[in-house]
Design a protein around this ligand. Structure first.
Ligand code: ATP
Ligand code: MG
Length: 323
């Protein structure tokens, strides 16, 4: 909490201990903004600048103070909550389930078995985030971290046309990065911080967030390590959502339980991954035809309920008879 008379630093060169040489090193390593520094780890800052861990921690603390992270009174928190913006999913039913759409400032996890519509939803959100605010968008761009090679620009074209948007413009506002392993995936997400503000990014997608971690750390022996790495990644994503006020959407493929008819179908094999991270968890399951059911699980403030939506050539919609 800074004093009233002291002006808050506005760029990294105004932080204590950051001279021009250090500022250059930080910028070229992707820590060129106060926001990026505020969410950095002391080890990272130390290794790029050569400064001691203690000095690095002082820089990070100063960046956090400049952003006024830290203790807040409830009315300040309430004010931030009022700034939460939402992106329409394309289905009114699903929007209602989510309290108006996918929220900024937190992570939303869509989990479900193969073909349950996770990737289709991600594509739709990349289009919808670009819509004007009065149509459920945020007039922003999207970043799509594609970990499974399933991003399809032609789906964006079809969905854009269906919403009356110019597909050539919509495509330009979606920045796609193909990740090839879990370390690459984490690195890409770190790099997103560098251009999030410059490119007016309002939506960050990681599809799927768990695939590489499961493949690279199979079996019980590596479970702890896998979970540690995944938690670090999820915390980075949560901090990005919070600091830059963007919506972060992650997908997670799980297997439907064979005994789902009798047990709780939302407790799928693999389960959801957002245990210790603020966010919304939505379980998707297939019905006959193009229909899907979404169930909101453990929301901190919304009732647990279900919504039916449909995946069509035009994108995510309310099915006839369910609007
Ligand atoms: P996975 O876990 O394998 O990644 P997913 O949950 O991401 O699965 P999606 O790829 O989103 O699943 O969903 C695929 C389904 O979406 C298809 O089986 C089909 O029902 C529907 N779908 C995809 N493209 C179209 C289209 N052009 N028109 C209609 N429906 C489509
Ligand atoms: Mg998919």
């Amino acid at each position: 909490m800074s004093s009233k008379v002291k002006r808050r630093p506005r760029d990294i060169t105004e932080l204590p201990e950051v001279g021009p040489a250090i500022a250059d090193k930080l910028s070229s390593a992707g820590f060129g903004t106060i926001e990026a520094l505020a969410v950095a780890l002391p080890q990272e800052v130390s290794s790029v600048t050569g400064l001691s861990l203690a000095a690095s921690q002082r820089i990070i603390s100063a960046a956090r103070e400049a952003l006024d992270l830290g203790f807040k009174t409830a009315d300040e928190l309430y004010e931030r909550r009022l700034k939460v913006a939402r992106i329409t999913t394309g289905s009114k039913n699903l929007d209602k389930l989510l309290g108006g759409g996918v929220e900024t400032q937190i992570i939303t996890e869509f989990y479900g078995e193969y073909g349950s519509g996770k990737t289709q939803l991600c594509h739709q959100l990349c289009v919808n985030v670009q819509l004007p605010r009065d149509m459920g968008g945020l007039e922003g761009s999207a970043v799509y971290v594609d970990c499974e090679g399933t991003f399809r620009p032609e789906r964006i074209v079809a969905m854009s046309r269906a919403r009356g948007l110019d597909p050539s413009k919509t495509l330009k506002n979606i920045i796609v990065a193909r990740a090839y392993n879990s370390d690459h995936q984490m690195l890409i997400v770190e790099q997103v911080k560098d251009f999030i503000q410059e490119r007016n990014v309002k939506l960050l997608i990681v599809d799927s967030v768990t695939g590489f971690f499961r493949a690279e750390y199979p079996g019980r022996e590596t479970l702890v390590l896998r979970q540690q790495k995944l938690n670090k990644h999820l915390h980075t994503l949560a901090r990005i959502a919070d600091t830059f006020e963007v919506a972060v959407v992650v997908t997670n493929q799980v297997m439907a339980r064979p005994d789902a008819v009798f047990g709780d179908p939302t407790i799928a094999v693999g389960g959801h991954v957002l245990f210790h991270v603020p966010g919304a968890r939505v379980f998707l399951r297939k019905l006959r035809g193009g229909r899907r059911v979404a169930r909101l699980v453990d929301s901190p403030y919304l009732p647990e309920s279900e919504a039916v939506f449909e995946v069509t050539e035009d994108g995510i919609r309310d099915p006839l008879g369910y609007e």
